[in-house]
Design a binder for this molecule. Structure first.
Ligand SMILES: [Ca+2]
Length: 263
């Protein structure tokens, strides 16, 4: 059932697919809290991706070459479908779209801080000054993009756009990050892909002069998630007439496998 939904929604992971073997389903712990409170919290690799299905048509008024006339806030994050662990945000979505996704987890300037063993936070080769460093994020999305760091909205551009033709599809945010994990939430919606061979990007890059990090897709080693993130599937902004009914998280861990999840 879940797998059918996945195919119908036309999702394909590019970078994430190749690294799916690194993902961990994160079911091993139950000591999660808000994840950034300073106490020891079990962390697993990757971000939690919560997927929603959006209406296929809304007034039928988004024809090829035309601009939509309905605010995307009114038709995104409509129907929660499933969640899965994804190692990073480096996607090329193909085929016809109409979905929203919310990635939830933590980001750490030091790689490898994902809860695998002792010594977290003391990662070789990266010394982050206590006062923090400025990091430039570049969230490239073909259609809507939002991002929150430690609860602060740093990117908010919830509109359709064509990444190839529109340089403003690169949403830039400069954020100061201190050592340790910081909560990160990235939201994306895919409207209609107008061509069958579309490769609509949703890719999160960063760069940091202070740490000599050149612009790159943020590697998987910098992301982690907690048990709490698995449950954090409410979108930050919901449609005005969205259903309020809560449903259990359907957790699957890869694009081709339905492991039964938690239901
Ligand atoms: Ca698109």
């Amino acid at each position: 059932m879940l797998r059918i939904a996945t195919v119908a929604m036309g999702l394909v992971l590019a970078g994430a697919l190749a690294m799916a073997g690194d993902a961990n389903n994160g079911n091993g712990g139950n000591n999660g809290n808000n994840g950034n409170g300073g106490q020891t919290v079990k962390r697993d690799a990757g971000l939690v991706a919560h997927y929603f299905k959006d209406p296929i048509e809304w007034d039928g008024n988004w024809k090829e070459g035309a601009k939509p006339t309905v605010d995307a806030i009114n038709w995104t994050f409509r129907e929660y479908k499933y969640s899965r662990i994804e190692p990073l945000v480096n996607h090329s979505f193909i085929r016809r779209g109409w979905f929203s996704v919310r990635w939830v987890g933590s980001i750490d300037l030091a790689p490898g801080n994902s809860g695998q063993g002792a010594g977290d936070g003391k990662v070789k080769g990266v010394v982050v000054p206590a006062e923090g460093v400025e990091v430039t994020f570049d969230l490239l999305c073909d259609d809507g993009a939002r991002m929150y760091v430690d609860g602060e909205k740093v990117i908010d551009d919830w509109r359709p756009c064509a990444a190839e033709a529109d340089p403003t599809a690169h949403r830039i945010a400069k954020v100061k990050l201190t050592p340790g994990p910081h909560k990160i939430v990235v939201e994306y919606f895919q409207g209609e892909s107008l061509l069958n061979d579309d490769r609509d990007p949703a890719k999160l890059y960063w760069s940091c002069d202070a740490l000599k990090i050149p612009k790159q897709v943020i590697p998987a080693a910098h992301f982690s998630h907690t048990e709490e993130d698995l449950k954090d599937y409410e979108p930050s902004i919901k449609p005005a007439d969205a259903k309020t009914e809560k449903v259990d998280v359907n957790l699957i861990t890869g694009p081709e496998k339905d492991k039964g999840g938690k239901k």
